[in-house]
Design a protein around this ligand. Structure first.
Ligand SMILES: Cc1ncc(COP(=O)(O)O)c(C=O)c1O
Length: 407
């Protein structure tokens, strides 16, 4: 008899975006004359840039004549070199070409990475959180029991106004730590000193940090690190995940990369050390047949001076939307984080409304849609995420409408 992995029974339904969609559709049907503005979106709204499109067209023509069959599972050297050079070495961060593993998404890689580790390790996750870190570990049997919105076996790193949405070091020992900066959903960024605390902790405890830098390209302030590898000692204790999804509009085209320094080790029960780099290579060569040649060629262009300029212009467009959102809600007396080095503005709901009550108020009274913070974890209750992905004119109109709200 084929039997279920019962860990799947421990996953609560992933209703957040389905539920938002259902409620928005119901409202639209009941009010067909109202124009709804969606600021709940976590996907890009601008197409791939001109240089990327030109490259893709050329490669398609080449594919008519030449065979590009299975490529290296860890990515083509031409792309790994461009990434290592442009994202790291040119910025003084020591990363070798072969420490880059090209993949199809930071979602896939952050979800899959945990399978290299024993099932009894202790996991620390931020709250609020990008749910993939939690659910992938639950599927692997590390969650324990789901009670009152949390899993008994995880250590939750609470992020709230008191700690400025920067997680504090755990009070009990943990082995695997998920960090995400700029953060989804809070939009918060971490300084070098804040990351240094985590690097020191991980080194002292032989723990590993999985650092999700999917929104790195939105960082504009000089003093904010773009990579955990800017922190001394991080090569011994951290893996970094990057993606062209939000950077260059590849959410549907799919290309990401994971950086695994060769110094990183994991231990067996006898304390014998094994190289993580070799283990991930083994995993990828077994379970993955590489990112499409076509897409890697398109991605290569993102790292040229012209490609970078185009990508920067798109990100600046989104960041201007974020600025408009943040300025607008600040004028309303609503406090927020994010929106400066991030496409997300995380706001405290006014008048102590719950996340969902605020959602309903916005939808019913001004026809603006955002994301209730409670959907990202218990600490998200009382908060709300507005996204800067969208048309500027819509963002401006949404803010004009918000000003009319009465609390
Ligand atoms: C924090 C974070 N990591 C990873 C991802 C997924 O990235 P990708 O499209 O590369 O799978 C997202 C997407 O929303 C995200 O918010």
């Amino acid at each position: 008899m084929i039997k279920l992995n019962e860990n799947y029974n421990k996953l609560p339904g992933n209703y957040l975006f389905t539920e938002i969609g259902r409620q928005v559709n119901a409202y639209q049907q009941a009010n067909p004359d109202k124009r709804i503005i969606r600021l709940g979106i976590g996907d890009v709204t601008k197409p791939l840039t001109g240089k990327v499109i030109s490259s893709l067209k050329e490669v398609v023509l080449d594919l008519e004549k030449n065979v590009h069959g299975y490529g290296p599972e860890q990515g083509y050297d031409f792309l790994r070199n461009k990434i290592a050079e442009n994202d790291f070495r040119s910025k003084g961060v020591n990363i070798a070409d072969d420490e880059i593993f090209v993949s199809t998404g930071a979602k896939e890689d952050t979800a899959n990475f945990q399978e290299l580790f024993s099932s009894d390790i202790k996991i620390a996750v931020p709250d609020p959180v990008y749910p993939v870190y939690v659910d992938s570990n639950v599927m692997a049997g590390r969650g324990g029991v789901y009670k009152g919105g949390r899993y008994t076996d995880f250590v939750y790193l609470e992020c709230n106004q008191e700690n400025n949405f920067i997680p504090e070091l755990p009070k009990q020992p943990v082995d695997l730590i998920y960090l995400c900066f700029p953060n989804n959903p809070t939009g918060q960024v971490a300084t070098k000193d804040e990351l240094k605390k985590w690097v020191d902790y991980a080194r002292a405890n032989k723990a590993l940090i999985l650092f999700d830098a999917a929104y790195e390209a939105f960082i504009r302030e000089d003093n904010i690190p773009h990579s955990i590898f800017e922190i001394e000692g991080a090569r011994e204790c951290a893996v970094e995940f990057r993606s062209l999804s939000k950077t260059a509009g590849f959410t549907g085209t799919r290309l990401s990369y994971t950086i695994i320094p060769k110094e990183l080790v994991v231990y067996d029960n006898d304390g014998k050390a094994y190289e993580l780099h070799k283990l991930w290579l083994r995993r990828q060569t077994t379970k993955f047949n590489g990112t499409a040649y076509l897409i890697q060629k398109g991605a290569e262009v993102v790292f040229t001076p012209e490609g970078k300029a185009e990508v920067d212009a798109t990100i600046n467009y989104y960041l201007e939307n974020a600025r408009i959102i943040k300025e607008g809600i600040t004028k309303l007396g609503i406090s927020s984080t994010g929106g400066i080095n991030s496409p997300y503005v995380w706001l405290k709901t006014p008048a102590n409304l719950s996340s969902w009550d605020f959602f309903h108020k916005l939808l019913n009274e001004v026809q603006v849609v955002g994301t209730p913070g409670a959907g990202f974890g218990l600490c998200g209750e009382g908060y709300f995420r507005l996204s800067a992905f969208g048309e500027k004119s819509n963002v401006e109109e949404a803010i004009d409408r918000l000003v009319k709200l009465k609390f």
